[in-house]
Design a binder for this molecule. Structure first.
Ligand code: GLC
Length: 422
């Protein structure tokens, strides 16, 4: 039985309205281009109404892949004055114009999911092409983003994590020199209440890191070795581990034995390496600075992606469930992006408290797979209630359920159609 046909209709309308012909903008105004991991989740939404359109979303995304394998975080398909930093600020010289950084590697997982649900021939040209694109992107992470050689993911800009201004990055960002930042005009606060968006001094640091990349000619080796921001992200490390497992299934289906061996090796390396992020005091996996080796010590929604990645021994899992239990003390709606009471917690400000349904979705899938069905159901139910209460916002207050960020948001609509509304 359908939960709410009216919301189904609204969700479909949002996807159709945000469709710019082959790709979908996250929301009108605030984000007028194609974003990497948004498109992956949006494809799951489209797959419920138009499979061909779902594949097209993914194909448009990978068509902007760089020769070195990186799938960029933004593709600037068309001109729009309403966004900063636009293509001229990034200066990557790509056609179509793109940013010079990446975003969470969830694509292989999505490709596998849509492929399996439609029972497509793995050897068809489309699957071969998408498989090779994902493999190249995973190899890029291995080549450029694993300086410690432990199978985890280092990011060189906080925007790569998708959890843009999580307080996990505060200490590392605090060391970024902003004295050379060229004056600029922010656009985000023209679309959304400034109280929800990052603060000005934070934004200056984001721009300073961007300028370093640009000055290097977007040389990913230089950026990885010498960049001003180098964090091992718990979210992307978990997501890549999961995505490698999913890519392995595709490699086996396609009979690519060499890649399958390579992927098995990567998976084993990450399974062993992930403990480097475990923080016994916090009772969770936490992001950690690749330079100082300092752990953030913060429990965020990304910490719960451990279940999605299928890692953790009995003790670690028990501690994570304890943390989840603790969150219910202040959050009426799971899963907050930061634990209440942590420094910098703010139930309305980007990634410092609000609930993001795509992270909740991944955490819930993992919890269900690992046998924590009640927790998975609770997160799914809370997610549906948030949409029923407030509509398809970018994110939501875990305390009041009010929407924050942009309205009529594509990936929130997609999560309703593909997951919590069904
Ligand atoms: C914000 C989010 C990021 C997302 C983008 C577009 O920057 O932090 O995760 O990809 O918006 O929705």
């Amino acid at each position: 039985m359908r939960r709410n046909p009216d919301l189904d209709r609204q969700a479909r309308e949002i996807l159709v309205r945000n469709d710019r012909g082959g790709y979908t903008v996250p929301t009108h105004g605030l984000y007028p281009f194609q974003w990497n991991w948004d498109s992956a989740f949006v494809a799951l939404g489209f797959a419920t109404l138009d499979r061909e359109r779902a594949w097209q979303e993914i194909e448009t995304l990978v068509s902007a892949q760089w020769e070195d394998g990186m799938i960029p975080h933004i593709i600037f398909h068309q001109h729009d004055e309403g966004y900063f930093p636009g293509p001229e600020v990034w200066g990557t010289g790509r056609i179509p114009a793109t940013s010079g950084i990446t975003q969470p590697p969830v694509l292989a997982t999505v490709v596998r999911q849509i492929w399996e649900s439609e029972g497509a021939d793995p050897a068809c040209v489309r699957m071969q092409r998408l498989y090779r694109a994902c493999l190249a992107s995973h190899r890029w992470f291995h080549t450029y983003r694993d300086p410690l050689g432990n199978g985890l993911v280092m990011v060189t800009h906080n925007w790569e994590t998708g959890r843009d201004n999580s307080s996990e990055w505060d200490d590392a960002l605090g060391r970024v020199d902003t004295s050379e930042v060229v004056p600029y005009q922010r656009r985000d606060t023209g679309h959304v209440d400034a109280a929800m968006r990052p603060k000005q001094e934070e934004y200056d640091r984001y721009v300073a890191i961007l300028q370093f990349g640009k000055a290097s000619g977007w040389n990913h080796r230089t950026i990885a070795d010498e960049g001003p921001f180098r964090m091992v992200d718990v979210g992307m490390s978990m997501e890549l581990l999961r995505a490698n497992r999913d890519l392995l299934v595709l490699a086996e289906a396609l009979g690519d034995a060499d890649a399958a061996t390579e992927l098995r090796g990567r998976i084993a390396l990450s399974e062993e390496g992930i403990d480097w992020l475990w923080n016994e005091e916090a009772g969770a996996y936490c992001s950690r600075d690749a330079t100082t080796h300092e752990s953030s010590g913060l429990v965020t929604n990304a910490s719960f992606l451990a279940f999605y990645a299928g890692v953790g021994n009995a003790h670690q899992r028990a501690r994570l469930i304890e943390a989840l239990q603790r969150l219910t003390g202040s959050a009426r709606y799971l899963l907050p992006s930061l634990e209440a009471g942590s420094r910098a917690y703010d139930h309305r400000r980007y990634w410092r408290g609000p609930v993001w349904l795509v992270v909740s979705y991944m955490a819930a899938i993992g919890l269900a797979e690992q046998g924590y069905t009640e927790w998975a159901n609770r997160i799914r139910e809370d997610s549906a209630r948030l949409i029923e209460r407030s509509g398809f916002y970018e994110s939501f207050s875990p305390e009041t359920g009010e929407g924050s960020g942009g309205p009529a948001f594509s990936w929130t609509a997609a999560m309703w159609l593909a997951w919590c509304g069904q």
